[in-house]
Design a protein around this ligand. Structure first.
Ligand code: BMA
Length: 329
């Protein structure tokens, strides 16, 4: 199997508008009527690192242009004026676009300057780490431009990100991959699944998969919205090792009961290799897929690099499926 990086990488870079001046990364991508739409996570500066979501489109999956000069989604829109919205994963279900994303109520990140006065900047925050955990939520849109908040998928007392909706209902219910940490979720962080009738009330998470190999030893999390194949749901996931290197693996989940893992790559299928994947403005050695599209039998994989720019790679769908079928669990 050969996953080919696009020769135009990084295909989307920061710049142009003030709100995306320093970083663009971890994009959701969805195809509609033959057009690729990308929801980029973007920051205007490193400190504080406030991220918003912009919308771009492309006819070839490589050259993207902005649909709007302004972000289409921000944390202000859900009543969190000091927050950051992160890592959108987008699917279309029964004619509507759904975005599952992570959100942090107050922007405190690694590069926040030492003299940054939290009390002045965020007067309504008690300053406790526990009241600023990363949660996840879902928004819905008819046109990818105007988004309506549906609700949070996770409670405030746990860190739960990498929330990803399946692109269709399973046994009549919406299905969501997630990565709860804290509370009763002990052990190495992994991938879990919940179901819902209305996208607001979710079933207790059921375990899907945890770290196994050294390259994913610290934690794993879902990456891209599952793609339906005749053999199962194909989904990419990320694995983080003890040195905080982010790599990519693939899984095949049972069509009727996706908590059953049918196949899983023992070895990673992508790792940071190019300069733009190894060095950036924020964190080194990170490739973080969040979007994928199948067009003419080719799987397009969209991924953030070092939380700084966006790259793309392709592989024929049958090649990755043949490879995975050799790795049945
Ligand atoms: C993860 C997520 C991603 C980010 C990655 C590397 O935990 O928060 O948004 O790209 O770390 O910093």
């Amino acid at each position: 199997m050969r996953i080919k990086r696009c020769s135009a990488n990084p295909i989307v870079q920061p710049g142009g508008f003030a709100w995306r001046k320093s970083n663009v990364f971890n994009p959701g991508v969805v195809m509609d009527n033959g057009v690729f739409y990308m929801l980029e996570r973007a920051a205007g500066g490193l400190a504080p690192f406030i991220t918003k979501i912009g919308l771009l489109k492309s006819h070839d999956g490589i050259n993207f242009t902005h649909v709007k000069d302004e972000p289409v989604f921000t944390s202000e829109m859900i009543g969190l004026p000091y927050g950051s919205v992160q890592d959108p994963r987008v699917v279309k279900i029964e004619g509507l676009f759904y975005m599952a994303y992570a959100v942090r109520p107050y922007c405190i990140y690694a590069r926040t300057p030492k003299n940054f006065n939290i009390k002045d900047a965020y007067p309504d925050w008690d300053g406790r780490k526990e009241s600023n955990l990363t949660r996840s939520a879902i928004a819905v849109s008819e046109n990818l431009i105007t988004w309506k908040h549906i609700g949070f998928t996770t409670p405030p007392e746990i860190d739960d990100r990498d929330n990803i909706l399946f692109p269709e209902k399973i046994n009549g219910k919406f299905a969501l991959l997630r990565r709860p940490i804290g509370g009763k979720y002990i052990g190495s962080p992994g991938i879990w699944i919940s179901y819902s009738d209305n996208l607001k009330n979710w079933t207790e998470p059921e375990f899907v998969a945890g770290p196994k190999e050294q390259w994913e030893g610290a934690k794993i999390g879902g990456s891209t919205p599952p793609i339906k194949t005749d053999k199962g749901w194909l989904t990419l996931y990320h694995g983080v090792d003890e040195n905080k290197v982010y790599r990519v693996g693939a899984m095949l989940l049972d069509l009727d009961n996706p908590a059953n893992v049918i196949a899983r790559t023992k070895l990673y299928i992508m790792e940071p290799h190019e300069d733009y994947e190894k060095v950036g403005l924020f964190i080194p050695n990170v490739i973080f897929p969040t979007g994928n599209v199948v067009s003419d039998g080719i799987l397009y994989i969209y991924y953030g690099c070092t939380d700084t720019c966006i790259a793309m790679a392709t592989v024929p769908l049958h090649e990755i499926m043949d490879y995975l079928m050799l790795e049945k669990v």
